[in-house]
Design a protein around this ligand. Structure first.
Ligand code: GAP
Length: 459
């Protein structure tokens, strides 16, 4: 009997394999041996990721009038990272193995497999290690043709700083009143010492960050409100509260700028790990940029006539970790009977329709009947205007269903002879069968109602 841990490892391996087999996620530069910590999202992964980002963006900006967006540059003036403290302190402790020359995070030697003998950890390996040294996680490059210290720039390790340094411009142009937020989605880069667990810890990843500016007296209350709000959002995309553990970060573990932080941790197959942090960062960020830039980042309260540096609450989520959590949460296997009554294992990604990469697949019952093919293609063209749909005429219908189950398509629409000749029960023409992914039940629906049927499932 496999242990719980083995079953979870097995589950993770199946998810990684499905991601590659069906075009969700590939290793970056695979044909050249890959690049550790970098991943490419294939056709279905790109759709899934876009859906996650669109959900977040809509919930933050479109559905509220107190949050506006920003799309900041990845490259910023080095002074930003000096002021924020990243240049000095954005470090992980690192040790080197003197034997194999491997480099490891000093705080993870117990859980990192030894490269020479992966069945034991780096800690268990008998060879001598160096003393821990600080390793700065920011990627460095140079702006312009001359590579000197003056031209040094970093690939941003978080999206948040662009929000802080554009605070004044956004305040002046959007005329928001406190409390209000600035939301941003974008790439971030960290030269992680040991990237691992598939996309979970990567060197290039995407963040969805909100900086919600407020008065000092509202900071702690809003931190609790944002925690609740974020839990609701995860539930809305298909990650239940029961799978998210809330870590109220103890005071002695808080970052120096934070008065309160909640980590939202998801039950990944490889362990309970961070999905998002909700941090009350006080006035540290605006305060420090005001000091270093010499530019006022104060807010003027028209009513009280007071001028002050706002405080900020930051819900900071990882796009890639949310996508990975959705894949882990939705992966399911069940025993079903095939066309001939034999038992087979059905693999299903039980995505909520709103995040599913493909919303509906359209099949002609037989591909050698031109009337069925023409009708199915006509339906595909019409639905394509509103939804991401997929036409498929190859193989038996049962196989086509399984292929769509495996990528999480909530609906399969089949054009059959009753579509052309009339429904056996009612005689009505132009009806199709819709087969629902999770229940596998089928029903006949008029073609004219397909669009509203799919749209209502996406709400
Ligand atoms: N601005 C605050 C900030 O960046 P963080 O906890 O370092 O805080 C926020 O990062 C989120 O970004 C994490 O909760 C995680 O979802 C994601 N993230 C951080 N490092 C990552 C990495 N190496 N790979 C993938 N996602 C990462």
């Amino acid at each position: 009997m496999a242990s719980g841990a083995e079953k979870q490892t097995d589950r993770m391996e199946k998810i990684v394999s499905l991601c590659k087999r069906r075009g969700f996620i590939f290793q970056s530069s695979e044909i050249y041996g890959g690049l550790n910590g970098a991943w490419d999202y294939g056709p279905l992964g790109a759709e899934l990721k876009r859906n996650v980002k669109e959900h977040w963006w809509r919930s933050m900006t479109q559905l509220r009038d107190d949050i506006v967006g920003l799309d900041g540059a990845i490259l910023m003036n080095r002074a930003v990272w000096k002021a924020s403290g990243h240049e000095e302190t954005f470090n992980d402790p690192m040790v080197d193995c003197k034997e194999c020359k491997g480099r490891f995070r000093a705080d993870q030697v117990e859980s990192t497999p030894c490269p020479r003998k992966p069945s034991r950890s780096v800690k268990e390996c008998e060879h001598e290690k160096t003393e821990p040294r600080a390793f700065n996680l920011m990627f460095r490059t140079h702006a312009g043709a001359i590579e000197t210290d003056d031209s040094l720039v970093y690939l941003r390790p978080e999206t948040a700083q662009a929000i802080f340094v554009q605070f004044k411009n956004i305040l002046d142009t959007s005329r928001q009143k406190l409390p209000f937020g600035i939301a941003q989605i974008g790439k971030a880069f960290r030269n992680e010492i040991n990237p691992r667990n598939f996309t979970f810890r990567s060197r290039e990843f995407e963040q969805m960050e909100l900086e919600y500016f407020c008065r000092a007296e509202d900071g702690l209350r809003l931190t609790d409100e944002w925690l609740e709000n974020r839990l609701k959002w995860y539930e809305s995309v298909g990650i239940p509260r029961s799978k998210i553990h809330i870590l109220d970060v103890p005071e002695d573990k808080l970052a120096h700028y934070s008065k309160k932080t909640y980590d939202l941790e998801y039950e990944f197959p490889f362990g309970i790990q961070e999905l998002e942090g909700v941090a009350y960062r006080t006035d540290f960020d605006l305060g420090t940029h005001q000091k270093h830039s010499g530019k006022s980042l104060e807010y003027f309260d028209e009513e009280t006539k007071q001028r002050f540096v706002p405080h900020v609450v930051e819900p900071s989520a990882g796009v890639d970790r949310t996508v990975l959590a959705l894949l882990c949460e939705s992966y399911d296997e069940e025993e079903v009977a095939d066309d001939k009554g034999n038992k087979e294992t059905r693999v299903v990604l039980r995505f909520k329709p709103s995040v599913a990469p493909i919303k509906a697949a359209i099949f002609p019952l037989l591909k050698n009947k031109p009337e069925l093919v023409a009708k199915a293609k006509e339906i595909t063209s019409a639905l394509r205007q509103e939804f991401r749909v997929f036409y498929d005429d190859s193989g038996a219908i049962g196989r086509r269903y399984r292929r769509q189950d495996e990528v999480g398509t909530p609906f399969c629409i089949t054009v059959d002879f009753e579509t052309l000749e009339g429904d056996k029960a009612t005689g009505a023409k132009d009806t199709v069968t819709i087969r629902e992914r999770d229940s596998m039940t089928q029903r006949r629906v008029p073609i004219t109602e397909l669009s509203s049927f799919i749209a209502s499932a996406l709400k």
